[in-house]
Design a protein around this ligand. Structure first.
Ligand code: NAI
Ligand code: CS2
Length: 496
């Protein structure tokens, strides 16, 4: 059963129109994807409606893919809809109008880069721009996933080192914009990463400062001292749109090619460090806190760690969506074990949070029958996701002599997944910046134990302190073998 096979027109449909355009831009966003449209833009829409404060319109840019979306949004003056589903019986259809300008600086169909680059650099350097938000995915920071070192050998980073005035990456754009502001005596904007990375503010700062240091050490020092990079924890499940999703929206009489579907739940916890000012986000439910780390780690290990478990194990067994997986008692038992016994004990619990409730709430959110969250989507970019979701937690579990059973199964399933075929032999494409390296390992290591060793030796992904642990290696190796010899029911029965 998939979620859409149950989809009916909800009994409870509410519509909310957008606020008037203000013509003011105070925020530049890099990474105009599904999540930005359903999270940061929605919070600013709600803030504008609530406060009437016109200052915080958004200029949103795509640096890499999807100029079709940019063109679509230009045609509607930036307006689009977000369908927020509680479940299949209840939806809020919200029109969003806070995106006042849309730009594209990537490579177009004819191979030409930087269509709107001058305009984006101008917008970033403008004194009215006080915050730059980012959702460029983990790989968009060009950092080594395990330790956060800048990938100075990456072709695009090399390009930005040699052509700093024509940047192609998010860190390159931020360096160019901050250099322009410094030269013009304009105070810097704050950089707010909204990607699922640990200490995402610090990681964003690391990328920008290290890139600047390659060409202009003084600028790098100025950025380090003058620019705020607050961290944030972002949460709302917003799957990539499918043809079935657009059909579903049509049945609500909503024909908007830029629309997105997400869950009704949303959370945003932000480190309160905005020297140039910020919207009164707390008036629309954003939690402004001095330290985001406990929220971030909790969300990455509990929610995202569970997602990745479902993704690799489920996709290998032909399960299509998160909903399809959590309908099975075995997967729910696996997640309860993983969250309760392997993730929760590693957490510094944020004030006011009960982890047992958090776990049950997550299971309920995953069981939202209106979301088509494909496991192959979550499985993308595993090399960038594993350290923060599982591997740092596993180190802590091992140090305390606690269980890593589910984590080892997840890691083994990730390794097997990157072969590019499921357990029935069905092929699929691997989308990961390290795909070539991973697939080379599959070609050169034919037997399980040597493949597992080779994967664990990937220092870019696996912290060496973890790779050295024999207990971990043995558990992953056993799980890798179990994947080939046991049925899904048998694997999951161990957690029931
Ligand atoms: P998406 O696929 O709709 O959009 C991805 C965006 O990232 C696009 O704007 C794309 O151009 C940009 N991008 C990808 N690689 C890039 C690169 N190397 N350099 C510059 N830009 C690059 O994905 P979506 O759903 O918007 O998610 C984006 C990120 O948002 C996720 O990776 C995650 O970190 C964060 N996020 C997503 C959530 C979701 O449920 N979709 C929830 C919480 C966080
Ligand atoms: C997912 C997340 O794609 C993934 O890897 O785990 O994007 C997840 O949906 C969000 O973080 C929920 O806030």
């Amino acid at each position: 059963m998939t979620a859409h096979s149950k989809a009916t027109v909800p009994a409870d449909i509410r519509h909310l129109p957008a606020a008037e355009r203000s013509g003011h831009i105070g925020v530049v966003h890099l990474g105009l994807g599904a999540f930005h449209r359903a999270h940061q833009a929605v919070y600013l829409e709600r803030f504008r409606q609530h406060s009437g404060d016109p200052q915080w319109g958004i200029c949103s840019a795509n640096l890499r893919s999807n100029h079709a979306l940019v063109d679509q949004l230009r045609a509607t003056d930036g307006r689009y809809h977000v369908a927020e589903y509680t479940d299949s019986s209840r939806v809020l259809v919200r029109e969003v109008g806070t995106i006042e300008e849309v730009l594209f600086t990537g490579q177009d169909d004819s191979g030409i880069w930087g269509r709107d680059l001058d305009q984006l650099l101008h917008r970033l350097a403008h004194p009215d721009t006080r915050i730059v938000t980012l959702t460029v995915t983990e790989k968009g920071y060009f950092l080594n996933p395990a330790d956060g070192a800048l990938l100075t050998e990456h072709a695009l980073i090399r390009h930005d080192m040699t052509h700093p005035e024509q940047p192609r990456t998010a860190p390159g754009l931020l360096v160019a914009a901050l250099a322009a502001r410094r030269a013009a005596g304009v105070a810097p904007f704050a950089v707010l990463s909204c990607d699922n990375m640990p200490a995402n503010g610090e990681r964003a700062q690391g990328a920008v400062v290290r890139l600047a240091a390659q060409t202009d050490p003084e600028l790098a020092q100025w950025i380090e001292q003058q620019v705020a990079f607050p961290s944030s924890m972002v949460d709302r499940i917003v799957p990539a749109m499918t043809a079935a999703d657009f059909e579903r929206l049509s049945s609500l009489r909503l024909d908007d090619p830029s629309a997105v579907i997400g869950e009704a739940f949303a959370q945003w916890v932000i480190e309160d460090r905005f020297p140039a000012g910020r919207p009164q986000w707390e008036s629309v439910g954003v939690e402004m806190v001095p330290d985001v780390a406990p929220f971030e780690t909790m969300k990455l290990r509990m929610l995202n760690g569970s997602h990745s478990l479902l993704a690799y194990l489920g996709a290998l067994h032909g399960v299509e969506t998160v909903y399809d997986a959590v309908c099975q008692p075995g997967f729910r038992a696996l997640l309860r074990h993983y969250m309760g016994a392997e993730a929760a004990p590693t957490l510094d619990v944020p004030a006011g949070v009960d982890l047992t409730h958090y776990c049950e709430d997550l299971l309920q959110r995953f069981a939202n029958d209106s979301l088509q969250h494909r496991l192959h989507q979550i499985a993308m970019d595993g090399s960038q996701k594993l350290p923060q979701r599982w591997l740092y937690g596993a180190l802590e579990q091992l140090a305390a002599g606690r269980s890593i059973r589910a984590t080892a199964l997840g890691v083994a399933a990730w390794m097997r997944y990157t072969r590019g075929t499921d357990l029935q032999g069905q092929p699929f494409a691997i989308s990961d910046p390290m795909a070539e390296t991973l697939q080379d390992l599959h070609r050169t290591h034919q037997d399980g134990p040597s493949l597992v060793r080779a994967f664990l030796a990937l220092e870019a992904v696996v912290p060496p302190a973890l790779a050295r642990q024999e207990v971990f290696r043995a558990a992953v190796q056993q799980a890798f073998q179990d994947l080939e010899t046991q049925s899904l029911d048998e694997l999951l029965a161990a957690f029931l």
